[in-house]
Design a protein around this ligand. Structure first.
Ligand SMILES: [Fe+2]
Ligand SMILES: [Fe+2]
Length: 393
């Protein structure tokens, strides 16, 4: 059984993400020294153990199990097994990344007792984690970044200014959709639609872009002043947007509820709307990946031929961003931790929220984060790619 810290339950070494040939290893609380791994008989130096760290293990065989020895200064401290995802046949066409629930401007995390940074640094954890996530996504090779809502914490002017700081750091095209925190409607809150449109990020409540091999659709599911989502009033536009010979990847802030009485907080789009919306969407296009934020957790479910995912927040445990590798035959989702040490230190701390339940509930299993989907329609014309540069603000 994997060793855990008695108070936090955090595993000192964790294989958090896998792709077909790469895995992300995260560690904390290791003895001081140089962390290394031995995998498939090869030695790799990963770096200083520090308080917390992360590294990629590359050159793995797809769809295979790999035994990994983790070492500190050459001494084996633990062993893990990495199971890689299968390769998708055909050339890789495009990489898309998403970040959600940035909550720029938030000053504390927790349901009852707020965890805070003391003293409050100039570069507070929401912006720090969002910047690190975007930077990692770009380094990973993302061609397009989608901001999936709850970009700000309360939509105050200074919160939107933090978005400008974030955007200044991102060299690739950005699409955005609002979340309930952006449309919370406090006295000092600015209008989210106006703020996003002013930055050229949100042309319409249902927006789409054709990129190589897939149509990207963003749907505004917010309901001003409400926590939950709505989709019925926009579902005809969504169905029209996804009615294309190519697969469609649909991004929205609110998850589609699966029960009449929601079993988790926060509430997503109620089942009475979600069920009909899913049917209409599948009738328009059977090859769907639908991904939301809002719950700050990682989950995967299947509905008919659609793959439906929820991806966690950048700034609370586990602190993630998602990447999508698009092929003509399918797509692979990988959810990776925001791996900068000063972000890991904060997000690991938030593992203890809600009496430690948060840290056990929010990450999901590996299969809730990293999954390969093959489109159901084997042969399809590829829509000519739009010039991605035209998406820039
Ligand atoms: Fe959120
Ligand atoms: Fe939300």
């Amino acid at each position: 059984m994997a060793p855990t810290f008695p108070f936090t339950g955090l595993d000192p070494v964790e294989v958090f993400a896998v792709e077909d040939t790469v895995a992300q290893l995260v560690w904390r609380g290791l003895p001081a020294g140089e962390v290394g791994i031995v995998i498939d008989g090869r030695d790799h130096v990963l770096g200083d153990s520090g308080v917390a760290g992360a590294a990629d293990i590359g050159d793995l065989r797809p769809a295979a199990g790999h035994a990994v020895d983790i070492t500190v200064d050459g001494r084996v401290v633990c062993q893990r097994t990495v199971h890689t995802e299968p390769a998708i046949e055909g050339d890789e066409l495009l990489r898309i990344a998403t970040i959600s629930d940035l909550h720029l401007g938030e000053e504390g995390f927790g349901l009852v007792r707020k965890m805070r940074e003391h003293p409050q640094p100039a570069n507070g954890y929401p912006l720090r984690c969002a910047k690190a996530a975007a930077r990692a996504a770009v380094e990973w090779g993302a061609d397009l970044l989608v901001l999936k809502g709850d970009i700000t914490d309360l939509g105050y002017p200074e919160h939107w200014e933090l978005l400008d700081e974030l955007l200044a750091d991102i060299p690739i095209p950005v699409m955005a959709i609002p979340g309930n925190h952006d449309t919370v409607g406090r006295t000092r809150s600015l209008d989210a639609t106006a703020e996003l449109q002013r930055r050229g990020l949100f042309p319409a409540e249902v927006q789409y872009r054709d990129v190589e091999g897939v149509r990207i659709v963003g749907v505004d599911t917010t309901c001003a002043g409400r926590t939950w989502g709505r989709i019925r009033r926009r579902i005809d536009d969504v169905a029209t947007a996804i009615d294309t010979p190519t697969p469609a990847m649909v991004f929205m802030h609110h998850h589609l509820e699966t029960h009449h009485y929601p079993r988790i907080w926060p509430i997503g789009t109620p089942l009475r709307e979600a069920r009909g919306a899913l049917s209409q969407m599948l009738a328009a296009n059977p090859d769907l990946l639908i991904s939301s934020g809002h719950t700050h957790r990682n989950r995967v479910r299947h509905h008919d031929t659609a793959l439906i995912t929820e991806v966690g927040s950048t700034k609370d445990f586990p602190g993630v961003w998602a990447g999508y590798v698009v092929h003509a035959a399918g797509v692979r989702q990988v959810v990776r931790r925001v791996a900068d040490p000063d972000c890991l230190e904060w997000t690991d701390r938030t593992h203890a929220a809600v009496g430690g339940i948060w840290g056990r509930w929010s990450p999901g299993r590996m299969a809730d984060r990293c999954i390969t989907k093959r489109w159901s329609r084997a042969v399809r014309p590829i829509v000519a790619p739009t010039d991605l540069a035209s998406l820039e603000a």
